[in-house]
Ligand binder design. Sequence first.
Ligand SMILES: [Fe+2]
Length: 185
Amino acid sequence: MFDLHDHDRNASIRHHLPAGLSDRIALRVVKFMRVFADAFFARRYGHRAVVLETVAAVPGMVGGMLQHLKALRHIRDDESWIRELLDEAENERMHLMAFSKIAKPSLLERALLLVAQGDFFNLYFLLYLLAPRTAHRVVGYLEKEAVISYTQYLEMVDAGHVESVPLRKWPSTTGTCHRTHACVN
Ligand SMILES: [Fe+2]
């Protein structure tokens, strides 16, 4: 199912070393979130992916909304930032659509999504208002954790522990890499 980006699979995972307090806070926030994902999903990567994508689809929308309001307040051009961030939110939502076909979230997981979204949206909104730089760095570290999780997922597929789903069974909107992102990160 991951034929489209096999070329990325041997790529090393680059780590942005925290450059100051802002980066260190961002890294701690993401590591804290990872503790819950590890505790709840362990190696159930399909289900982990569903929750990860619901979280990953929030920052773009929050950032887009706040950049929109800022552009209105300052009466100035946004230099395409708003569209970029909203595209990112849509991109992650498409990933969610794809993984929901594979992992079929249970009622309990859907309840967890509700709580996770309520918490994460509000906390991220506040963080973006108070420290937008830190908020952007959170996304960077979140994407890195996604790369780690999906790499482990691919290793499980390669080892035959997880079913490999043919690309034709993926929803048509995600059948090709969406915009600038790889299909599953
Ligand atoms: Fe994603």
